[in-house]
Ligand binder design. Structure first.
Ligand code: XMP
Length: 335
């Protein structure tokens, strides 16, 4: 149990001693770990750090802009944003198999990152937001363990680059990483966000991924998350009771929550007309370790409001369903 300012001072000194005057590159994903690693390394070596942020077009609503605002604008970190949406969509066209989609997204990610970081010829170090549980996990093998790691941690850089690894979070657990992030000035909401998978919306659009689907899903998902954040928490019979501290709102009361795009059309009515549009499913779970999970017993009033808003505000969706499957046998993601 360490004191945070002291920890930061120590970590900063260690990073400076390690890299000296060398340049460092880091793949920023918008996730908590890479964000905290970037903030810490920037605190230590300032402009010797360059972050590369690959926007694969499968991020949540306004996420790319938020990442740029937070790092480039607020913290003054050098960030190169690469808009690779067309490239990713092109490679995903016609592909429906979930693991195949993961492979393609992971492969393209590494390719885009390598091409860009290869231009930073002076970089001698590759920084990663590897945390302690990753270190342990990569020793064993989970269901998607290898895929998760190979995607997260931008593996397989070409030998010619000969980059050394800088992993300043290697000894920290997730809650410590979060506290560190807040102490480094990252916004609380960002640091306490639900986990988001590396392949992003690519595994939340069932079957073939299309930009049109991603745009619909982004809007529905943003409405769901906004309402979870804005609805005060209350105990509902049957829900898993969570933490020591009572959650303030339903976002905090759930471990992961998101919308899933179903490429299925169903009939609806609007005014005098008949509609024939797509369906989204809402998924919200409570879990300690993500290995098993309960579906969250969200208040019906909250679900009703989210459903109304999605159907009224998102042209192209006319039906919302709620996923009441536990893990096991269902997984948290639908793919
Ligand atoms: P499942 O769906 O297996 O998810 O119950 C368990 C946790 O893992 C996340 N997940 C992934 N994370 N790349 C990632 O970085 C992936 O391919 C991937 N698949 C699932 C999921 O969001 C949940 O937190």
């Amino acid at each position: 149990d360490w004191n945070m300012p002291d920890y930061i001072t120590e970590a900063v000194e260690k990073i400076r001693a390690q890299v000296g005057t060398d340049d460092v590159i880091l793949g920023l994903s918008g996730g908590v770990d890479s964000s905290v690693a970037a903030a810490l390394i920037h605190r230590a070596i300032g402009d010797q750090l360059t972050c590369v942020f690959v926007d694969h077009g499968l991020l949540r609503l306004n996420e790319g802009q938020m990442v740029m605002d937070m790092f480039a604008k607020n913290l003054g970190v050098k960030v190169i944003r690469i808009d690779a949406e067309d490239q990713f969509m092109g490679h995903l066209a016609g592909v429906t198999d979930p693991e195949q989609k993961r492979k393609i997204i992971g492969r393209e990610f590494v390719e885009v990152f390598q091409a860009e970081s290869g231009k930073l010829v002076n970089a001698k170090w590759l920084a990663q937001g590897t945390i302690y549980p990753d270190v342990i996990e990569s020793a064993g093998k989970g269901k998607k363990g290898q895929t998760i790691k190979s995607h997260h941690n931008v593996g397989g850089l070409p030998d010619t680059m000969k980059l050394k690894l800088l992993e300043p979070l290697r000894e920290l657990f997730k809650d410590e990483v979060r506290k560190l992030g807040v102490a480094l000035g990252l916004p609380h909401d960002m640091v306490y966000r639900h986990p988001f998978p590396g392949p992003g919306l690519g595994v939340r659009i069932l079957g073939e991924v299309k930009k049109e689907y991603a745009d619909l899903l982004r809007q529905a998902d943003a409405i769901f998350i906004e309402e979870l954040r804005n609805t005060p928490y209350e105990f509902v019979a049957g829900q898993a009771v969570n933490t020591e501290e009572l959650p303030k709102n339903w976002y905090e009361a759930t471990s992961q929550a998101f919308a899933v795009f179903l490429p299925v059309k169903s009939v609806g009515v609007m005014g005098d007309g008949r509609t024939y549009e797509y369906v989204v499913a809402l998924r919200a779970v409570q879990t300690q370790d993500f290995m098993t999970a309960h579906w969250a017993h969200l208040p019906h009033s909250l679900l009703g409001k989210v459903s109304n808003r999605i159907i009224n505000e998102v042209r192209g969706l006319n039906r919302v369903v709620y996923d009441i499957s536990g893990k096991p046998p269902a997984t948290i993601e639908w793919e």
